[in-house]
Ligand binder design. Structure first.
Ligand code: NAD
Length: 431
């Protein structure tokens, strides 16, 4: 037998689009999905590739490649973040757009799914270059976005300043302020209170509900997080407030480890206030540099593991080393199907991405509603409504999981795909 072929067959595909299609295929079988609906759901409704020329600080013009994919507009305008990262591919954006479709249906907000991305390293661009890139990318995708069509938001490598530039760019084109065209904007610019920490708050609610279900105590529990960006920081803070000990954190610079618990408030101050951006240089806990940090983090003896960085972090290769009782997916697509099977056999309770990290899009929806009405809520209102939505979605997914004897991921897919399929059938096939 050809050794290379054999080896290639042993390794699972890490292409996120192949994974997303496989997940859809699995749920289609489980819910007896109408084959005509299944055929339509396998394709993104629209894919746009754009060339984004930017005048760099050295006077040269550089062209970056960007994408905006709208997987589905069946349940309303499409919604999804914009990613600035060197490893962005069209297949990744297609997968993320499809996952957004299911996520919006799971939490029952009236959106379809979309995602955007630009192949670039934002950490290597000056502020002026980043603004040029954001504004030109916004211009290129403006033909398909708008408050009634498709509403972007921040994701990996983008933030509220970039959303402000994008909102301003679209507003300049139209000749008036179009606040509802993007969410995740600064509060001063028609953003929503509570949006910045919404994803982490949502992750915390799903962990809290899981703990109730499993009969576990949050106070004194331990958690390790991969990623200390928008999602990682806010999740760590909320868990810290509920009595968790954060014993491990990694980011792109390395990892911090302390069995007595890391001072999360001081670490957030370190990455935000001191302009450090990275966890490296934080005093106190042991610091481990390089890829070794993630290996150590994933195999820590903790109660909860929160991947909050990239896709394909828990794979068939490292899933067996995981000792956590609960994995809460702050990131999108952090666990591969092979890893899923291994974790399930080990009895790990996985809170799937399309449920765990949905708090971000839920408060983005609240922001859009506030923008359309020009009527703004206080933070308590936002957090209370978020909690209601997250707890209801969690209960619904758990109920399906118990009824169907399915994993939480399969149950979330049954709920999300089932709702989109039902909406598609009601609308029919045009023309
Ligand atoms: P971010 O850019 O704010 O932060 C990303 C973090 O991951 C940074 O701390 C970075 O250093 C770290 N990181 C990158 N590569 C790493 C590696 N190899 N090992 C360890 N850490 C690494 O991005 P974010 O908005 O926090 O998004 C993180 C994930 O959460 C993504 O999968 C995103 O799609 C998902 N997500 C984000 C939101 C949101 O509201 N921002 C909502 C839902 C899901």
């Amino acid at each position: 037998m050809n050794g290379n072929v054999d080896q290639a067959q042993c390794h699972e595909s890490l292409n996120p689009w192949h994974i997303a299609l496989k997940q859809l295929e699995n749920v289609a079988g489980a819910i007896d999905l109408d084959p005509n609906v299944y055929e339509r759901l396998r394709y993104p409704q629209r894919e746009l590739t754009v060339a984004v020329p930017v005048r760099m600080d050295d006077g040269r013009t550089r062209v970056f490649i960007g994408y905006r994919v709208q997987h589905s507009l069946i349940r309303g305008p499409s919604k999804g973040g914009i990613r600035f990262h060197p490893a962005v591919t069209l297949d990744e954006i297609k997968a993320l757009a499809m996952w957004m479709t299911w996520k919006c249906a799971v939490v029952n907000i009236p959106y379809g799914g979309a995602k955007g991305g630009v192949i670039c390293d934002p950490l290597k661009l000056s502020t002026r270059e980043l603004e040029g890139l954001s504004r030109r990318y916004a211009t290129e995708i403006s033909i398909i976005v708008g408050p009634t069509k498709d509403i972007p938001a921040p994701d990996l490598g983008t933030d509220n300043q970039i959303m402000a530039w994008m909102m301003d760019t679209i507003s300049m084109h139209r000749g008036f302020s179009v606040t509802g065209v993007v969410t995740g904007k600064p509060v001063l610019l028609a953003g929503s209170r509570g949006r910045a920490g919404a994803t982490g708050r949502g992750v915390m609610y799903t962990i809290r509900e899981t703990y109730k279900h499993l009969g576990m105590q949050m106070k004194g529990s331990t958690v390790a997080l991969q990623g200390f960006g928008k999602v990682g920081k806010s999740t760590a803070l909320r868990l810290h407030e509920t009595g968790f000990k954060v014993v491990g954190v990694t980011d792109v610079s390395g990892g911090l480890f302390d069995p007595n618990g890391i001072d999360i408030i001081a670490l957030i101050r370190h990455v935000e206030d001191d302009g450090m951006r990275f966890i490296e240089g934080f005093r106190g806990p042991e610091f481990v540099k390089g890829a070794e940090a993630n290996d150590r983090l994933f195999s820590m003896d903790v109660d909860v593991l929160v991947p909050a960085a990239l896709e394909n972090q828990i794979t068939g290769e490292n899933a067996d080393s995981i000792k956590a009782r609960v994995v809460a997916e702050g990131a999108n697509g952090p666990t591969t199907p092979d890893a899923d099977r291994i974790l399930e056999e080990k009895g790990v309770f996985i809170i799937p991405d399309i449920l765990a990290n949905a708090g971000g899009v839920v408060v983005s929806y609240f922001e859009w509603v506030q923008d359309l009405q020009s009527f703004f809520w206080n933070e308590d209102q936002v957090n209370t409504q978020l909690e209601n939505v997250m707890v209801n979605a969690f209960d619904e997914v758990l109920m399906i999981a118990q009824r169907e004897k399915a994993s939480m991921r399969m149950a979330a897919y049954m709920l999300g795909v089932g709702k989109v399929a039902a909406a598609m059938k009601l609308r029919g096939l045009y023309p």
